[in-house]
Design a protein around this ligand. Sequence first.
Ligand SMILES: [Zn+2]
Length: 378
Amino acid sequence: MSDDPCISLLRELVSIDSVNPSLVPGARGEGAIATAVAEHMRAMGLDVHVEEVERGRPNVIGVLEGLQPGPTLLLCGHLDTVGVEGMAAPFAPVDRDGRLYGRGAQDMKAGVAAMIDAVRVAVAHGFTRGRMVVAAVIDEEYASLGADDLVQRWKADLAVVTEPTDLKIGVAHKGFAWIEVVTRGRAAHGSRPRDGRDAILRMGRVLQRLEALDRELQARPPHPLMGTASLHASIITGGRELSSYPDRCELQMERRTIAGESGEDAAREVAAILEALQREDSELEAESRLTFARPAYELAPSHPLPGLLGAGLSSYGLSAETVGMSFWTDAAILGAAGIPTVLFGPGGAGLHGLEEYVNVADVVTCRDVLARLAVSLP
Ligand SMILES: [Zn+2]
C-alpha cells in the first residue's frame, strides 16, 4: 500500500514546507508545493492553470475534460499548513504501523494527494463524461484567500473538499466571527487612585458577561449537525508597568456560529453587553467591532451528492454516514458561491498538534471513492 502512487505523492507533499506565511511571519508559503503539484498534474496529462492569488502564492487547478458533455465535479483541498514549532522533523515523512507522520499529513496533504490521484484512477475506470476540476488552493489556515479567488474564476456543479473526515461524509459545519473589544481607562501613578481609571479591571466586567453569554449559548438547543454556538476569549493585552493604572485593555475573541447566525449577529450580542455595562456605570468606556467572519455551512438536506458518494463507500463495506464537522472549511466559500459541497477525507489524528498522522489505507480508499464518484455521476 505504501508504494501506491497516491502515497508516494503524499510523501512528496509532506516533505515540502508549506507553512502559511500569514499565520507564521516569514514562513515559506505555498510557492514550492504549488510548483510540485503543477508538475505532477502536467505529468498526468491535465490542463494546468497556475493562478497567483498573493505574490508567490498561487492556486493550482488541473482540468480533465471528458469526451462527452456532463457535470463538472470540483475536488478542492488546501496546500498550506499551520506552523511547526516544537516538532522534531515536520517535513520528514515517516511510515509506521500503517500511518504516515508529518506536518500536514492529515491536514490536508493526504486529501490533496487523494484528489489528484483520483483523476488517474477515474480515467483508468472509464471516466468519459463531464469534467473534473482539481483545485489545490492557498491560505485555508488563515483567511482562505485561495478559495475566495477560486470561486471568482471557476464554476462547478458539485464539489468535494477533501479535508479529514475519517471517511465520513461531512455535510455541515459551524462558522466563526472574530470580535475585538477595547476598554479605556486613564493612566495615572499607582499611588493616585482618584486620578487613575483601570482599563483592565473594566475589561474584567466584560469578561464576566462574556462567560455568562457562552454558558447561555451552550445551553440553547443544539443544531442537529453543528451542535451549539460558543465563544472564547482568545488574546488579551493591556497595561504598561506595575506602578501605573492601565489606560487601555484589548481583547480579541472568537464566537463560533451555527446556521442562521451571522458574524454581525454575534457582534451585536457583544455590543449589547457593553451597552448594558455602560448603563450601570457611565464611566465605563468600551467599544467593540467585528474584524472578520465566515459563515456556517450546510448542504441542502435533499441534495443527492451524499447518496452518490455513499454508494461508493458502501461498495468498500464502509458506512455512508453523514455528519457535521466541528471545524470551519473552504466548503462554506464554495457553498456560498452556489456549489453544493460535501467534505470527505481520510482519518488520522493530531491536526495542528505536535504529532500529526494520517491512516495510509484511508488515503487510498478516499482516492478510490472519489474516482468512483467522478465515473458514476449522473
Ligand atoms: Zn485543513
